[in-house]
Design a protein around this ligand. Sequence first.
Ligand code: NDP
Length: 241
Amino acid sequence: MLDATPQPRSVLITGGNRGIGRAIAEEFVRSGDKVAITSRSGEDGPEGTLVLAADITDGSTLDAAIKAAEEAHGPIEILVANAGITDDQLLLRMSDESFESVVDTNLTGTFRTVKRVIKSMIRKKKGRIVLISSVVGLYGSPGQVNYSASKSGLIGMARSITRELGSRGITANVVAPGYIATDMTAALPEELQQKYLAAIPAARFADPGEVARVVAFLAGDDAAYISGAVIPVDGGLGMGH
Ligand code: NDP
């Protein structure tokens, strides 16, 4: 008789201690996978996860976290590069440091993480990479020149990985959330939140679990032929972009 029980997979999620990353981690734990999450503090991961400290702007902390994850769970088979920051300011007032630090976290930090897990994916001829971008990566957003540039950069990254490594059983996709209720969006002024709400065809903000379930699908066998795609989870906000 065939064993229909799926094998637990080794999953790494950056920024899995809160918000969207936490919901993604919970989703993989529910599927029975072996889940490692990172945060800067190395604290507060969801139950059933291996919680590791790593700052994605610092390659040496990432090296240590990935080594620990692989020792515990085996080579990373699924990477969800979720960690990200905002530092909003109108262009005229945006400092070089603000631009650089947002790009260094959201874009270069994702590169640092992908680069550190890709070798074992190539060796195994199997891997799933999901990059968490944003609707504003394609739509644009006033006050977010740094953030929007970093998030659209992820699309070029996923598509280049797809062209470079698609024949090795590796997929790389982008999930572009719209407005999801997390610490990041709670920090926005009430007036701005109402403005966003009015622009969303679904007329509501989303729960982080709604992003998590799309990520889980892209990481599964049923999505083996989807790569280089940008999947919006935005209630229709970015349609046509
Ligand atoms: P939160 O602010 O709630 O969480 C951000 C996560 O990223 C935290 O786990 C944080 O860890 C981690 N992080 C930030 N900087 C670093 C760093 N240098 N090194 C390691 N980890 C870091 O954000 P959300 O859950 O809302 O967002 C998650 C992702 O989704 C981000 O990439 C964001 O841009 C994207 N997104 C969010 C949207 C939303 O509406 N919320 C919409 C579109 C995209 P720590 O606790 O250590 O700070």
